[in-house]
Each structure stands twice: as structure tokens, then as C-alpha cells.
Design a protein around this ligand. Structure first.
Ligand code: GAR
Length: 207
């Protein structure tokens, strides 16, 4: 069966990448196949996860690049070289420029650990998002998967899942629950939905 070629961009532990791999193994992610993992750090544990399953990996180190344009040029070259059709940002800790995202309209999705439009945009990533939610005192938070456009965390929402905040939550306990009960569930589902649509449209992007 023809499948959408998925490239996953990561920066750290890669638990969301693992959720995608698990969904693929179980046949829940069936319209797409992870054919490349690109990490912005050569020490990211996500790279080990990919290698364990024989998924090709590439590292594009931001530090080693002269500027954002060079960083994105290298990512683009790797994506094109592997024939990627869908880009999944799974804990990728760099904001991509408007020029870059314009090359992939409705072909980049991102998982964010809050219910957008709360606690999102520039500066809101990882644990910081949960610290902000606890500081504000919200009683419900969650995760969002959305298309990526030129506005950080501002693209069209694909899926969201809520999670109650508990009285004694710390940023760490809240992060863990949001991951387990929201992110790892909706990211594979969204990847399947978008992969299926790409197959239907049969179009090529990113060139
Ligand atoms: C996840 O919680 C993801 O939602 C978040 O970083 C974590 C990465 O964990 N992403 C952002 O905050 C993006 N704004 P992982 O490497 O284990 O998937």
C-alpha cells in the first residue's frame, strides 16, 4: 500500500516520536510511514529510538550552522533528499521561519502541550508551558496538534485533548500526565488523519 512519507523533527527525549513509532507498529498509523528522523541535537535520545527501529536519521545542529537560514537550508535538503511529504514536529525546539513553512503548506504539524490559544507562542515550550499553566491557576489543560504556519503555534487546530489539573500538581507531574493522556494519543491520530488526506490529494509539496 502506498504511504505518506513522514519526517519527524525532534530535539530531545523523543517520547512523542516513540508514540508515533508505536502507532505504526500497531497499525494505527497506517496511511503514513516514518521514513526519516531529523534531530537538532546530536545527543538527543530520540535518535536512539529511531535507530532501534531502523529508521534513517540525520542531525542538523543549530549550533554548527552560521544562522537560521543555513539551519533551515540543511533541513530542507534532508527532507527533499528523503522524499518527505509530511513533517511532524515532535518536541522540536526551534521556531521555523515564515519562508520555510511557506514551502510546506498544510504539510507540517506540531504537538504543543497546552490547549491553544492558552500558554503558547514564542517562549512557551516544554516544562515552561506547564509552569505557566500552574502559575495562572487553570483547572484544565491539555495538548494540541495543529498545522504549522508563520505564526508560532498559530496554525489551524487539528486535534485537542484536555486533562484536569490536580491540586498538588508540579510542572513535572502535569507534564507527565499531559504527555501520557493527551500528546501521545492525539499526535499519532493527527499524523494518520493528515497522512490519509495527503494520499487522497496525491499532491507533492516541499519542492
Ligand atoms: C513535549 O511535551 C512537546 O509537546 C513539547 O516538548 C516535549 C517534548 O518531549 N513541545 C513543545 O513545547 C513545543 N512548543 P519529547 O521529546 O519526549 O516528545
Amino acid at each position: 500500500m502506498l504511504k505518506t512519507k513522514i519526517a519527524v523533527l525532534v530535539s530531545g527525549g523523543g517520547t512523542n516520536l516513540q508514540a508515533l513509532i508505536d502507532a505504526q507498529e500497531k497499525g494505527m498509523l497506517k496511511s503514513g510511514e516514518i521514513t526519516l528522523v531529523i534531530s537538532s541535537s546530536n545527543t538527543a535520545f530520540a535518535l536512539e529510538r529511531a535507530k532501534k527501529y531502523g529508521i534513517p536519521t540525520a542531525t542538523v545542529s543549530k549550533k554548527a550552522c552560521a544562522n537560521q537560514a543555513e539551519f533551515e537550508h540543511e533541513i530542507q535538503a534532508s527532507l527533499i533528499g528523503h522524499g518527505a511529504q509530511l513533517v511532524v514536529l515532535a518536541g522540536f525546539m526551534s521556531i521555523l521561519s515564515a519562508e520555510f513553512v511557506a514551502k510546506w503548506p498544510k504539510r507540517i504539524i506540531n504537538v504543543h502541550p497546552s490547549l491553544i490559544p492558552s500558554f503558547c507562542g514564542e517562549g512557551f515550550y516544554g516544562l515552561r508551558v506547564h509552569e505557566a499553566a500552574l502559575e495562572y491557576g487553570v483547572k484544565v489543560t491539555g495538548a494540541t496538534v495543529h498545522f504549522v504556519n508563520e505564526i508560532p503555534d498559530g496554525g489551524e487546530i487539528i486535534l485537542q485533548k484536555s486533562e484536569p489539573v490536580h491540586k498538588h500538581d508540579t510542572p513535572e507531574t502535569l507534564q507527565k500526565r499531559v504527555m501520557e493522556r493527551a500528546e501521545w494519543i492525539i499526535l499519532p491520530r493527527a499524523a494518520e488523519l493528515v497522512s490519509k488526506n495527503i494520499l487522497k490529494e496525491g499532491s507533492d509539496y516541499g519542492n
